[in-house]
Write a protein that binds this ligand. Structure first.
Ligand SMILES: NC(=O)c1ccc[n+]([C@@H]2O[C@H](COP(=O)([O-])OP(=O)(O)OC[C@H]3O[C@@H](n4cnc5c(N)ncnc54)[C@H](O)[C@@H]3O)[C@@H](O)[C@H]2O)c1
Length: 333
């Protein structure tokens, strides 16, 4: 039987490596494109990239000619490559906007040549800072309008770049009869997720015994999805042939202060919590309504936060033991 051919961008990154593993396990052959600006060819990636059925191309998708050397016989494109997250957006908003928009244009042009199916990774940040007080439901369904409150706030550069990408993909699909699936990940976490996120940052500060333990926006809520659950849900959507926009995440809403208590407990560090203000534009609550995903696939998250956090904390603990200088990092939002 001929194996499916998948082009996956961002495959040296956190979610990307998990997706590559799943695709190889399913018998697909995978071409990974990554510029290694954030992804790493560390031991985990080396183990996956040495498996049969994988090609690795180091290229910057913001360069419009970066895919010129690739053939067009892909059945699926999974576009995960992006400069991600709120910290990058706050520090380098122009780089985030330019890289993500240009990369979306490059991959969309390539997709139109292949006429493959597109899976585009967006983000929950497309909901900007929608105030719950304005009647936005939580858990939030996909139909809520996306948007940013103020184009001048650096944080929103990431959301703006993803809204542009969603629009480019959905409009290209509609105007050219192409198949597109847009997924909006909500707070995916797990080992090897980098350091620009609340869970690794709290883990690092718990490991260095910060006292009092600072928690930024302790009364805000988020819904955390373990990376294996995320990759399983995206695979199920791909297998189902679903098209359109889907939330992918876990619908258990967790207070950030409670998350901190769980990480302190895992680290054996009993420090009092010092509540700190959250970042400008940070939403008070965020939790996805995943009923559309459940109906399309039967997916249900299988890894409880307690279990996922234990695995994630253990990874950062081991990483810090081998790289003790990491404990000196800023580790705040
Ligand atoms: N992790 C989350 O909670 C989360 C939440 C919402 C959305 N997402 C989206 O999911 C996708 C994957 O996120 P992740 O957490 O794995 O991020 P990541 O940073 O670990 O992975 C992104 C990968 O893209 C690569 N990359 C960046 N710019 C590139 C370019 N111009 N050309 C080629 N490669 C480039 C990086 O080197 C990296 O390996 C992203 O699109 C992100 O916006 C993730």
């Amino acid at each position: 039987m001929k194996s499916a051919r998948v082009l996956l961008t961002g495959g040296a990154g956190f979610i990307g490596l998990g997706m590559v593993r799943r695709l190889l396990d399913s018998g697909a052959s995978v071409t990974v494109v990554d510029d290694l600006s954030r992804g790493r060819l560390d031991d985990d990636a080396a183990a996956v990239f040495s498996r049969p059925g994988i090609d690795f191309v180091q290229a910057d998708l913001a360069d419009r000619s970066s895919l010129d050397g690739l053939g067009a016989d892909f059945e699926t494109i999974v576009h995960l490559a992006a400069v991600i997250g709120i910290q990058a957006a706050s520090r380098e908003p122009v780089r985030v906007l330019r890289t993500n928009a240009l990369s979306a244009i490059t991959i969309t042009d390539f997709w139109r040549r292949c006429r493959a199916r597109m899976v585009f990774a967006s983000t929950s940040e497309v909901y900007g800072a929608l105030p719950v007080s304005a009647g936005v439901p939580v858990p939030t369904p996909e139909g809520v309008p996306v948007g940013i409150a103020d184009p001048g706030i650096p944080r929103y550069s990431y959301a703006a770049s993803k809204i542009f990408g969603e629009a480019l993909v959905m409009q290209s699909a509609a105007s050219e009869g192409l198949r597109a699936l847009v997924v909006r990940p909500h707070n995916v976490y797990g080992p090897r997720m980098g350091f620009d996120h609340v869970i690794p940052q709290m883990s690092i500060r718990a490991l260095r015994r910060e006292n009092p333990f600072r928690v930024f926006g302790p009364d805000e809520t988020r819904a955390f999805c373990y990376v294996d659950d995320f990759c399983a849900a995206v695979s199920m959507l791909m297998e189902s042939g679903a098209e359109g926009i889907f939330h992918v995440g876990n619908d258990r809403e967790t207070r950030i202060g409670d998350l901190a208590e769980m990480i302190l407990s895992l680290s054996g560090h009993a420090a009092p919590i010092a509540g700190m203000p959250s970042q400008t534009g940070s939403p008070a609550r965020r939790c996805p309504d995943i009923s559309k995903l459940r109906e399309a696939t039967g997916f249900s998250p299988s890894i409880a936060l307690e279990e996922g956090l234990a695995r994630t904390f253990a990874w950062y603990d081991a990483f810090a033991a081998c790289n003790p200088s990491i404990l000196d990092m800023d580790a705040t939002p």
